[in-house]
Design a protein around this ligand. Sequence first.
Ligand code: GTP
Ligand code: MG
Length: 327
Amino acid sequence: MRPCRTEMSTKFLNFSCNFRHAFVLPHGHQVQWFPGHMQKGIAQLLSRLRSIDCVLEIHDSRVPFSGRTPLFKDLMKMKAHVLLLNKCDLADISRKNDIVHRLKEEGVDKVLFTNLTDPKSKVIKRELFPVIVEAIHSKPRFNRETSQDYEMAVIGVPNVGKSTFINYVRHTHTTMKKKSLKVGAIAGVTRSVSGKIRANFNPPVYLTDTPGILTPRVSDVEEGMKLALCGCVPDHVVGEDLVVDFMLYWFNKHRDFRYMEHFNLPEPTDDVTVLLNHVAKENNFIKRMKSIDSNNYDYFPDYIASARLVLKQFREGALGPALLDDI
Ligand SMILES: Nc1nc2c(ncn2[C@@H]2O[C@H](COP(=O)(O)OP(=O)(O)OP(=O)(O)O)[C@@H](O)[C@H]2O)c(=O)[nH]1
Ligand SMILES: [Mg+2]
């Protein structure tokens, strides 16, 4: 029988005394990704704001409280706002009510949890439009007061599922079955603000896709690393091995040793090279390099290949559902 989480945690508790209490980035490293398309996207979004009735913010439900760009919090005060916590198939949302409660305290009134891998999502089919319409009518629409149609901008940090959401809604609520937007499992697929995309006939609803936008400088290291772990920042920006190191730190900090069982490690570790070495050995990830002093080849464990595999498995939920923020 597999040991349960608490059994495992107790068994290895003495290991945890020596684990890190804070995550520190190596000197010269920072979580910073603000390419030109984000700056352009912000300008395009702001120029369209007059015709927008509601901002639909999509965020990753594994980090319900951290990583939201400050610009979105400002937009939330100006426009009707609905927060979709997406990818809830990968998140531990057993304390859903507590999450909603805390978000309410932060001024976020309308929250929906979505899983866009579920082709029969009841939330998208039944709950979404009534919640949006209610949000829109709870705020003045100014120049759009008499307008019969609803226009929304879909905003959020990169790789949270904004384009997937628009394709999904369009597919569910209209007869236009062709996918209109490009999606992908890496951050930064959408590079500019789209035109209006019809997403419903009655009432007429139009959605505008936007590029994922991050804050120019993420000052809180752990907040930035959580985004990186969820894939909202491209791996090369921080470094795959560093992102895995953060994952290890996070699991150990919460006395959650499921990584040990998943990767077949004999005991918990706080040293990322131990994990990467082990994964390299198990998967035969070997790097061949020519020696400088002889014509022979030297063989090393391929840490980058190992780190990519670990991250892929974490992000696909193979280690189980995660909630990276404390409630
Ligand atoms: N597991 C899971 N994956 C999802 C979900 N929604 C979207 N994805 C995946 O997340 C990845 C990113 O989706 P996109 O729609 O391209 O994300 P985006 O927010 O438009 O990303 P940018 O254009 O880079 O800002 C894709 O591989 C989607 O298949 C979900 O609910 N669950
Ligand atoms: Mg996109």
